[in-house]
Design a protein around this ligand. Structure first.
Ligand SMILES: Nc1ncnc2c1ncn2[C@@H]1O[C@H](COP(=O)(O)OP(=O)(O)O)[C@@H](O)[C@H]1O
Ligand SMILES: C[C@@](O)(CCOP(=O)(O)O)CC(=O)O
Ligand SMILES: [Mg+2]
Length: 387
């Protein structure tokens, strides 16, 4: 039987990078998903142990590892029902060797981090038994919208469901997306975090948490607070199409922090204050304690301040600066989202802004070769469907 799980991407309203160093950050799920499906296969009758296959539909690439080869490289891993064990350096080295068997096109070499996370999650949860995984995604990959987390969350959700470790109803015959209970979500989130570690190096855990639980959250040192929001914020997203890699950008900020510990501690402290203020404004607005226009003015100012601090961390980019300058001409405030260095930029859309202004700004941004789209913010997290 096939199990499918879908997990959303995210935007970080404020606090990226600083959140890795213990500051608070605010993030929200968006209505763009990565979907992973798992079908378990039977071992062949003629002694053929079968294979583990990964079909990345959007990239038009299929990877396959014979189970006998996986057993030789990783030992007799039998699959694990409970909380994850982090990937050891030996296991990571064995997985890196398994990558060498695959022909990954040079232009898509960045996929190897995702493939390694897949092999770790698959073999740790299901052992070296044959099966087929198929992945599709609405998200731009490596652009700051949390594709790595959505990949790890949807894959962990599908694998744990296929293993029978987490549960949804037996399938009514009608295809519909179902939600997990809180304990199951916690377990999926723990596995997804281990996958993110393979892709990001040192993730804060904010991306996998918001992808798992959905909604809008404040996140600080692994603690998650759900932010109720009556009037969801509206955001225009501009993808600069400048490729970048979260692992390298996170490492770069840590290096800057070790060169200038006091100055960077002040930067991280300032970001923490911005995130705390923004989350209390969102909550006040949910209780009608603050008018919507006043809320939006404050959010815009806090996002602008956060962008300045991200420049201090060294993660802006000339393409991001072009988006900031262009939207400012229309009195709209923008900031990078995710790891920066290119990737996506958020522009806050005030409730009262006219559609014609939005059309004009999007046309001007697209004339620079960027891609603009609107997203719904604060929706559902992980959902599962048994076919
Ligand atoms: N659908 C997918 N299929 C395979 N790998 C993926 C997929 N989505 C994400 N990844 C992995 O995650 C990496 C991108 O993660 P990252 O640099 O953190 O950017 P972001 O999370 O902002 O998209 C890719 O290089 C790839 O290794
Ligand atoms: C830069 C960071 O704060 C967010 C990275 O998000 P993304 O992978 O660029 O979507 C890193 C993290 O929190 O793990
Ligand atoms: Mg990522």
């Amino acid at each position: 039987m096939e199990v499918r799980a879908r997990a959303p991407g995210k935007i970080i309203l404020v606090g990226e990078h600083a959140v890795v160093h213990g500051s608070a950050a605010v993030a929200a799920a968006i209505d763009l998903y990565t979907t992973s499906s798992i079908s378990l296969l039977h071992e062949g009758e003629d002694g053929d142990a079968g294979a583990v296959e990964l079909d990345l539909r959007d990239s038009d690439l299929v990877f396959s590892w014979p189970c006998s080869r996986l057993r030789r490289a990783l030992g007799e891993v039998s699959g694990k029902a409970g909380a994850p064990t982090p990937c050891s350096p030996d296991e990571l080295a064995a997985i890196a060797k398994l990558m060498e068997d695959q022909e990954i096109p040079e232009a898509k070499i960045w996929l190897s981090a995702g493939l390694s996370a897949f092999l770790y999650l698959y073999t740790s949860i299901l052992g070296c038994r044959p099966g087929k995984a198929v992945v599709t995604s609405d998200l731009p990959i490596g652009a700051g919208l949390g594709s790595s987390a959505a990949f790890c969350v949807s894959m962990s959700g599908a694998l744990l469901t296929a293993a029978g470790t987490v549960g949804i109803g037996g399938g009514s015959g009608v295809e519909e997306w179902e939600l997990f209970g809180k304990d199951d979500l916690e377990l999926v989130n723990q596995w997804a975090f281990q996958g993110e570690k393979i892709i990001h190096g040192k993730p804060s855990g904010i991306d996998n948490s918001v992808s798992t639980f959905g909604s809008m959250i404040k996140f600080k040192k692994g603690e998650l607070t759900n932010l109720k929001s009556r009037n969801p914020v509206k955001m225009l997203i501009t993808d600069t199409r400048v490729g970048r890699n979260t692992k390298a950008l996170v490492a770069g900020v840590s290096e800057r922090a070790s060169r200038h510990p006091d100055a960077m501690a002040s930067v991280f402290h300032a970001v923490n204050s911005i995130s705390e203020e923004l989350s209390s404004i969102v909550e006040l607005a949910a209780e009608d304690e603050i008018a919507i226009t006043s809320k939006e003015d404050k959010l815009a100012e806090l996002m602008e301040m956060n962008q300045g601090l991200l420049q201090c961390m060294g993660v802006s980019h000339s393409s991001i600066e072009t988006v900031l300058r262009t939207t400012l001409k229309y009195s709209l405030v923008s900031k990078l989202t995710g790891a920066g260095g290119g990737g996506c930029v958020l522009t806050l859309i005030p409730t009262l802004s006219a559609n014609i202004v939005l059309e004009k700004v999007a046309t001007e941004l697209e004339s620079h070769g960027f891609r603009c789209f609107k997203v719904e913010v604060g929706g559902r997290g992980l959902q599962v469907c048994r076919g």
